[in-house]
Design a protein around this ligand. Structure first.
Ligand SMILES: [Zn+2]
Length: 127
């Protein structure tokens, strides 16, 4: 369903946006909090530099804001509409959801951001 070559693969798994052969991150687990945002300098397969320019990933803050809103709205709808909780409980569920998902949101936003600028190239795998 989601396979190498699809942008969604690189976004969901943090794979190199050009070859999809390895993780961009030093540790693929986002909950290894000390290295959550540590990104390798280059891909060992295709030699792509992940930081195209200094402070490249600052732009991912815009994506992170949108993702945060999406997760917050989802938490609210699930809590308030589906489980029919009070407004206070729905608010608490939003806060807890955002706190628990901070590492995932930060990584997803970086993955989406880099995939705006880099695209899969199957020629790189053959090399
Ligand atoms: Zn690569």
């Amino acid at each position: 369903m989601i396979r190498k070559g699809m942008k969604l693969y690189s976004i969901l798994f943090g794979a190199c946006p050009k070859c999809h052969q390895e993780s961009m991150y030093v540790n693929p687990n986002p909950y290894a909090l000390s290295v959550t945002l540590k990104i390798n300098d280059t891909c060992s397969h295709c030699n792509t530099r992940y930081r195209m320019e200094p402070s490249f990933f600052y732009g991912s803050m815009y994506v992170s804001y949108a993702l945060g809103i999406a997760f917050a709205v989802t938490a609210f709808v699930v809590s308030y509409e589906i489980f029919e909780s009070s407004l206070l409980t729905a608010f608490i569920s939003i806060i807890l959801t955002l706190i628990v998902l901070i590492p995932v949101i930060m990584r997803l936003s970086r993955n989406i951001w880099i995939n705006f600028f880099m695209h899969y190239d199957k020629e790189l795998i053959k090399k």
